[in-house]
Write a protein that binds this ligand. Structure first.
Ligand SMILES: N[C@@H](CCC(=O)N[C@@H](CS)C(=O)NCC(=O)O)C(=O)O
Length: 211
């Protein structure tokens, strides 16, 4: 199985975290020729990372890849057995993709498009509030007492809220949600979380060095 992409991308880190949490890491690699080359676009016309290739099966999009890896790799399932808890995991991932991700894009693009920052900050404030609303603030992990698909989705997104803090004060947005703030402090102190944060930081440094 090949997972294509770079570890800075929160969408690549999501399935990588799932594979690591299951004890069967599928480490990503760069696609030779890059993600805009004809061979890559032939496999995924969206020309984005990540892309999973398993034999002749090509699967794009972080969450379907994360779900596929959860299904085919050995190791514990990262979806709760309880139907309500599983639905909450799916809901939180959906809230992250629908509300957090676009606003993160707006914040990440602050250098090139500063006029978009106030709306992205307001959108991110709301998005974090939605997640805070639907999770149990006392849970050790995003949902429940063990690492799930929701942790794999949120950890690499929250990395950017820390990373952008010096420029935009984004850590305060997390601090305003006490349950999420406590989860994030715990998550990045775990071995899986700390490794992801360190690898994304390295990727960000390399990207900034190239600008
Ligand atoms: N919805 C996609 C988003 C993937 C995505 O936007 N990937 C970015 C990297 S963070 C990318 O490949 N960007 C390159 C481009 O858009 O040209 C997913 O969840 O996998």
């Amino acid at each position: 199985m090949k997972l294509y992409g770079g570890k800075l991308s929160p969408f690549v880190m999501r399935p990588l975290l799932v594979s690591r949490a299951k004890g069967s890491p599928v480490e990503p690699e760069a696609f030779e020729g890059g993600i805009k080359c004809d061979a890559y676009v032939a496999m995924t016309p969206m020309a984005k990372m990540p892309l999973l290739v398993d034999g002749d099966f090509c699967l794009p999009e972080s969450q379907p890849i994360a779900d596929y890896l959860d299904a085919v790799l050995p190791g514990p399932s990262l979806m709760p057995a309880d139907a309500k808890a599983a639905a909450t995991v799916r809901l939180i991932i959906r809230l992250a993709d629908v509300y957090v991700v676009p606003n993160l894009g707006g914040l990440f693009g602050a250098r090139d498009k500063p006029e978009g920052v106030p709306a992205a900050m307001a959108g991110m404030t709301a998005a974090l509030g939605y997640i805070e609303h639907f999770r149990n603030a006392d849970d050790d992990f995003v949902v429940g007492g063990s690492f799930t698909q929701a942790d794999a989705a949120l950890i690499p997104l929250f990395f950017f809220l820390d990373a952008l803090d010096g420029m935009l004060g984004t850590a305060a947005l997390v601090a305003a949600q006490p349950g999420l703030a406590a989860w994030w402090a715990r998550a990045k102190a775990t071995a899986l979380g700390a490794q992801a944060v360190a690898e994304q930081a390295e990727g960000l440094k390399a990207m900034m060095g190239g600008r």
